[in-house]
Design a protein around this ligand. Sequence first.
Ligand SMILES: *Cc1c(COP(=O)(O)O)cnc(C)c1O
Length: 829
Amino acid sequence: MEQHIDIDELEKLCIQEKNQESFVNTFVKRLLYTLAKDKYSATARDYFLSAAYAAKDYLVARWIKTQQEYYYQDVKRVYYLSMEFLTGRALGNNLINLGIYDACRRSLEDAGLDLQDLMEYESDAGLGNGGLGRLAACFLDSMATLQLPGYGYGMRYEYGIFYQILKDGYQVEKPDNWLRYQNPWEIPRPEFLYPVKFYGEIQQHLHPSGEFHYTWVNADIAMAMAYDTPIPGYGNNTVNTFRLWSAKASRDFDLQFFNRGDYMQAVEHKSEAETITKVLYPEDSTMQGKELRLKQEYFFVSATLQDIFRRYDKKHDSIDEFPNKVAIQLNDTHPALAVVELMRLLVDERFIPWEKAWDITTKVCAYTNHTILPEALERWKVSLVQKLLPRHLQLIYEINHRFLDQVWIHNPGDHDRLRRMSLIEESPEKQVRMGNLCIVGSHSVNGVSELHTEIVKNRIFRDFYELTPEKFNCKTNGITQRRWLVLANRRLADLIADYIGNDFVTDLYQLKQLIPLADNPEFQQKWRQVKHENKLDFTAWVRKHPGERINPDSLFDFQVKRMHEYKRQLLNVLHVVYLYLKLHQEQYTEFVPRTVFFAGKAAPGYTMAKLIIKLITSVGHLVNHDPITRDRLKVIFLPNYSVSLAQRIFPAAELSEQISTAGTEASGTGNMKFALNGALTIGTLDGANVEIREEVGEDNIFIFGMKTHEVEELKAKGYDPLTYYNSNADLKNVIDMISTGLFCPETPDLFRPITDSLLYHGDQYCVLADFASYVACQQQVAETYKDQETWTKMSILNVANMGKFSTDRTIQQYADEIWGVKHTPIEMD
Ligand SMILES: *Cc1c(COP(=O)(O)O)cnc(C)c1O
């Protein structure tokens, strides 16, 4: 029975009361009534939880109002589909965006509580691997700040990215049970529960109209349940919805067993269905091809599309307005099945003719490519798709057939082109190419930096670019300055605000006002002071947590990102060994003391990346305890790189290592976070480094190494790493030190796989070819660091020219050029 109650007036009163209530008041009510604790029984975590619930209370009225407005105005909405969201902690960010961070800190202080300490009790939401997942999180912040009707859709993994610890210098993975102590931000929505089918068979019926209809029968069913998290914009009333799916067993399914009286088997099957959202796959830039992963991808897409249709159907009787009301952005190919599932829903369930369904699908879908590494391009075995998603395979073949007909018309006789562009890779085992599927099914295909977009157009997807050049475009990545400057680096944000006001928080180009201050001695002095204090904080933290002593006056040099051969942490280590060698040869009169920090997780199955971690920690073990290098050179591997560790690192950084082989890093966003916090970049002309150089000017960045075309040319003519090894005595020395076991005397062959990969297995990422140039560039860095006025000026000019790298700019471009969603301000009465 539907119940209607009249609480409008009461609701208004409640909201009014809430708006007048002080933060501590709400906080104490939450402690009492939500957690049932008093000051005797409350733990520090209870205080965090109370603060989070209190902050959420402030968001609720605006959240409801925002969703009502979207509904009443029937605005076009954008759905950002991502299998990963690396959001990190929310409390500090939400308080900043609500504009109550300082007020809240002070009022908690009056009650004897330290906000910073409380914030440490929040678990870091690690539902992503690295840059791709972090980008999605920054996008949510910018969509809300720009007051756009945007939704994040993702997976509520019970276990996020593993927790990394070091044992004897090796990475060891621990489960990340982030939901162990309740998640105060999420609201379970058991009313939004959708069935998702797997396996089964397809029945074909001849409909009286003369067409065939298809039904999917005898399928297993898992249920998807929604959990919602509010995403507040900065300084406005917009609160958008971030919806994550959790797998639950279907009651119908269990019933089969109950009916047979098999209670235990019913429970067993329940946990089987629920494994779908159990754990995030920890591979970054490689695909695994596991059945459970494909299940996750389809589960995600199916639940999300059902939810999108439910919302659309509330306001519309015909499908015709669908492309005017819905935009779907596919974050990489992980949600590629959305293209096929949308066709299935339109054709099989709504009986829309194929051509019209296809027109709608391609108008709605847009695809972002994130990598050109061949091992990362998703391909699924046809046999697996056939078994798990039989109807989808039929639809893929139909899409492919019609698409290849078009290609043939444009390029008659070009069989090779058909083979390259087919959605199906023919040999040796047939596979579905998810990238091709996304391109064919979307009206927009974007790269994430200018250089990467050129590579997408001219290399990996050249045939598609030739067929439909209008689809291809670039949306250079960014980062949100709310988290990565205002929250992470309060000191720097306050100094900047003292001079140019607060507008940079919503308009990062305002930082240009710092340009005239770059030479100002008083401003420079304050700038250095901020960095110094941040370094002292970081030094104290490193002393307490990893338990290392470091020299706070040394150059703080960071390479923090996923461990991957293409990112070339190895090149950095070779340089460290080189410095160690030179210090021993006493070749320096004025050595610039350095602390070289590394942080990053290796995929658990990526043997080489894990061995490189062991090399870093082994080099650190020797170097850090050598009296000759004491206080002049230290190597620290910081365990468990995560969003919250990142927020500690960037404010303290002076040098940012962005040294991937040219043509391999799609964009990078760590590079932007460093520069926004005043670190100078040493980097190759790769990804967004190219655009950072354009913005800050070539005098304010340290660029070295081969360019993309030079890497290609070198490889084309036959790259022989041994010629570099044999002709550079320092390089030879450095490699020999590693290969002969200087850093691992107990097991001298330990690092041979590394040196062998460089010398005898082709050095795929051209570490040796770029070594000399890197070393020379690092010497430039050290020389410049000796002149603190010049260094400070460069640092200020880096920050001043970061305007382009806000996700506010990125998202505005997506909104205008791809999605067609409109600024929708929310008024509170
Ligand atoms: C920004 C960020 C990344 C991406 O770093 P890149 O250097 O661009 O690869 C990865 N992980 C975390 C936790 C981040 O904050």
